[in-house]
Design a protein around this ligand. Structure first.
Ligand SMILES: Cc1cc2nc3c(=O)[nH]c(=O)nc-3n(C[C@H](O)[C@H](O)[C@H](O)COP(=O)(O)O)c2cc1C
Length: 327
């Protein structure tokens, strides 16, 4: 069994976390990851206090294990944030603050409510800012990942962040989907991984089955980093664009972002309809390059167990196959 100090910090068995992915997470998915010994997290973006309370109750009906609540700081509603703190989750999982936003007030209030604080950063300076503001764990997120990501790849970013924020522990995110990824993250100095795309293609994921299948069908080469989904949603995201499937929707507007700005309302209503009907060509599907490593739609708990087992096997047996001699 692979345990790192973050397992003790978060009171979890395996150093494997779920990214709180807005409406792409659900109480069943969060509970399944936590029950399996990882750290589940519910995306609270756009949820009103009542919805947060209902969903947390649904998680707690399934498991007594720790879980987190995720907030996008640049767009956080005070009433929703306060409701989340009242529920005293084990972890408050933050990401994407505006450059001028004060992080410490959010972190201090979370600590006062008895929560651990994680902050996801796609750049070294942002990671250092969060560590200085008192985050307990930094999530270093590379551009390979799905959803909103920065421009730095995981391979250089993770060790840079590890060095820059030490002794604050780091979890690696962006492009990790299996046990090999966990071992690589540990080799880069991280203490575990946080996964998004891998958990989208699971039984408990709330995505339409067609979207899950699109991830399974992907060879990982069909994603694109673009601002098109945010333009359609009317959002200006600090420090990130979206990595999503390069489908008809993206191709239609690429290079014609000005036209999308003018046709936004109509485009948005078509997007919503496409998402609901499972139209993978017209609906936006945030997913990472690691889609090419995803070949099935198992229960989320099986993913946690599988990654932990594979990483352990590599570390205890597999890796030594390639090491000719260690002096
Ligand atoms: C559909 C989707 C929605 C996401 N929404 C959020 C979010 O609301 N908050 C957040 O902190 N991260 C969000 N993320 C990013 C994940 O937390 C994570 O950093 C990323 O998925 C890691 O890369 P991977 O997809 O290669 O595992 C989202 C990712 C995806 C794929």
């Amino acid at each position: 069994m692979i345990r790192t100090p973050v397992c003790d910090l978060l009171d979890i068995e395996h150093p494997i976390a779920l990214g709180g992915m807005g409406s792409a997470t659900s109480p069943m998915l969060v509970a399944a990851v936590s029950r399996a010994g990882g750290l589940g997290a519910l995306g609270c973006h756009y949820l009103v206090p009542e919805q947060i309370r209902d969903r947390v109750a649904a998680i707690r009906a399934e498991t007594i294990k720790p879980f987190g609540l995720n907030f996008l700081l640049f767009d956080t509603r005070e009433d929703s944030f306060a409701a989340a703190l009242d529920l005293r989750p084990s972890v408050m999982q933050f990401a994407w603050a505006r450059p001028e936003q004060e992080l410490k007030v959010f972190f201090d209030r979370s600590h006062d409510a008895g929560c651990k604080v994680t902050y996801m950063a796609g750049a070294v300076e942002e990671a250092v800012r969060a560590a200085k503001a008192g985050a307990d764990i930094i999530i270093a997120q590379g551009t390979e990942g799905g959803g909103h990501v920065g421009w730095m790849a995981s391979m250089p970013l993770i060790p840079m962040v590890v060095d820059a924020v030490a002794p604050v522990p780091v979890l690696a995110a962006g492009g990790f989907a299996d046990g090999r990824g966990l071992v690589a993250a540990l080799a880069l100095g991280a203490q575990g991984v946080l996964l998004g795309t891998r958990f989208l293609a699971t039984v408990e994921s709330p995505l339409h089955p067609n979207f899950k299948q699109a991830i399974v069908d992907s060879d990982g080469h069909d994603t694109q980093l673009s601002e098109i989904p945010d333009i359609a949603a009317g959002l200006v995201w600090p420090g990130a664009m979206t990595r999503s499937r390069r489908n008809h929707f993206i191709e239609r507007w690429a290079g014609r972002e000005w036209a999308l700005r003018q046709a936004r309302a109509e485009a948005m209503s078509k997007l919503r309809a496409a998402r609901e009907s499972g139209d993978v060509d017209e609906g936006p599907l945030s997913m990472g390059q690691d889609s090419g490593l995803i070949h099935d739609v198992p229960p989320a708990g099986e993913i946690v167990a599988r990654i932990a087992k594979e990483a352990e096997e590599i570390l205890t047996r597999g890796l030594s196959r390639y090491v000719v001699k260690v002096h």
